[in-house]
Write a protein that binds this ligand. Sequence first.
Ligand code: F6R
Length: 265
Amino acid sequence: MKVVILDDAANVAKYGAGIFLDQLAKKPDSVFGLATGSTPLSLYRELIDSNHRGEVSFAGVKTFNLDEYMDLAPEHPQSYRHFMNREFFDHIDINPDNTRVPPGDAANPLVACREYEAAIRDAGGIDIQLLGIGRNGHIGFNEPTSCLSSRTRVKTLTRETIEDNARFFREGEFQPQLSITMGIGTIMEARLVVLLATGRSKAKAIRAMVEGPVSAWCPASALQMHPATVVIVDEDAASELTDPAFFKHIEAQNQALLARLQGQA
Ligand code: F6R
């Protein structure tokens, strides 16, 4: 697990976007796993700006979102499909048919989960999976107690997650208690995982993920076993790490090595 600690949220977004842009330069028909939530918004903005400047195209890209609320139609303003269209897809040159979000309104969610897994496989697997992290260490909607080898399935949301997301729903409005989410096993098959976290409210989860035991109580800790995960955090989210200075030192060494190799090329 590579941990990159940057000054602020804006730099987290820029660094994360840079990884996607490099990937697109190498493979224009990349497959991206995407996340909703507040954290990736600035990264999406970076990618949109880059697309508008003509530096990059998403015309060949396929995407799979991590999760969706059960029992919300795609048109519902709080659905993750609606969020993705509004915040990202509607602003780039991607083919909408190549964007997938788990169908929260599927007649048979169990079949829909199997079909989602099959679609990821048929696309050749995910090149980069973007993640945020919940205060309780969830990734996607894999809440604490999730099986670390789980596949796309229906998952019950914890009270904490429901409370965290209540801000998006009007008073008295139906708020889903269930979700469809990629499993931890599904996420672990992505070739590269990029996890972003900003703000002090994420500091405990980041510490548990990076330093804690690999445990179903912190689903993100499974990423300790992933061969290529980059965790990009701001100072606040890094504030509970035992030795942030060491991660900064490693990153400085990595950058120096990169510059040396580029000099040789
Ligand atoms: C979103 C998702 C969630 C969020 C997490 C953090 O698709 O799967 O795991 O990444 O809840 O949310 P924010 O970024 O709003 O703090």
